[in-house]
Ligand binder design. Structure first.
Ligand code: AKG
Length: 308
């Protein structure tokens, strides 16, 4: 469990770095963000938006340019070389290859920061949430190395985070070709079950202890998912494609059976109704960045994107 001291140190480090980077990075003009927003309407149709809200996950094809994928690739490389203290290096039982995961480093990784602020990601998230104002929450780098056969356990993201509300989504963006049998699988419609599931440790597959005592949470129905009780959505993907999924949609992925990397970046976006709430969990980071209970996320840690 993260100590209060470590949480405070992390919050301080992040604050200092964010202040530094946002003062030197010119980002885009409001007019350029507005243009992204107008163009997003041609990248995602009204029926795809409807499908996202009904199914909890959609795939969009050819959405990100090579320039933006190059930024992500640079950021992923930087992250692999310089992981945070919260990074997961999950060993693979069979072959000793790894599943690497790390998050919340955008403020210190040039490539990721470039992508978040200069790509059309915010405009796409906003369009799909049917709003003109989103906040960036954080990024998550996920790299399954060749033949890393460890699956990602089924889970949904929402209970991992200190927040309440409904309108939150992720953009899962692969940098490599993803064969269908390696792609993330989504339990269709599970975001609308009105249930919260206990987060899982990606390494041990165990439910996190601190949630077990709360009646609010139950275990993910792993057995039923494996037995095929629910419809799963999953896709073959090419670089430039993206999966947009709701923070309450249950998802997981098989191991990487192929002799090539499966590098991906998930960026997480908050809509209008999301509010900070302190949950006592074992999952870092636990820093609250000075947010008060019930407050909207704001400030340099959770940059706001507005579109006109
Ligand atoms: O990439 C994966 O295997 C899982 C992704 C995931 O869990 C997420 O983006 O929330």
């Amino acid at each position: 469990m993260i100590s209060a001291h470590r949480a405070h140190r992390l919050a301080l480090r992040v604050h200092q770095q964010v202040r530094l980077y946002s003062s030197i990075n010119p980002f885009k003009t409001q007019e350029e963000y507005n243009k992204d927003f107008r163009e997003a309407k041609s990248l995602v149709t009204e029926s795809q938006i409807e499908q996202f809200h009904n199914d909890g996950a959609i795939k969009l094809s050819g959405v990100f340019s090579q320039k933006h994928l190059d930024s992500i690739a640079e950021g992923v490389e930087q992250n692999l070389k310089n992981p945070s203290s919260d990074a997961d290096h999950i060993l693979d039982g069979q072959s000793n290859t790894k599943f690497f995961g790390d998050y919340g480093n955008w403020h210190r990784l040039d490539g990721i920061r470039e992508f978040v602020f200069k790509s059309n990601a915010a405009a796409i998230a906003s369009t799909i949430l049917r709003t003109k104002n989103v906040n960036f929450y954080h990024e998550h780098v996920l790299v399954k190395q060749p033949n890393a056969d460890k699956p990602t356990p089924f889970h949904h993201d929402f209970p991992y985070y200190p927040l309440n509300g409904y309108d939150m989504l992720s953009l899962w963006i692969p940098l490599d070709y993803v064969p269908k049998d390696t792609g993330v699988q989504y339990v269709k419609g599970s975001h609308k079950w009105n249930k919260l599931f206990i987060p899982k440790n990606f390494s041990t597959y165990e439910d996190y202890q601190s949630y077990k005592s709360s009646e609010q949470y139950e275990s993910v129905p792993q057995k039923e998912i494996e037995e095929g009780k629910y419809e799963l959505l999953y896709w073959e993907m090419n670089p430039g494609d993206v999966i947009v999924f709701h923070a309450r949609t249950i998802h997981g992925s098989p191991g990487n059976k192929h002799n090539q990397n499966r590098r991906a970046l998930a960026t997480r976006w908050l809509g209008e109704d999301i509010r900070f709430t302190l949950k006592k969990t074992e999952i870092p980071p636990q820093n609250t960045y000075d947010l008060k209970e019930g407050e909207k996320f704001h400030g340099e840690m959770f940059p706001s994107f507005k579109f006109e």
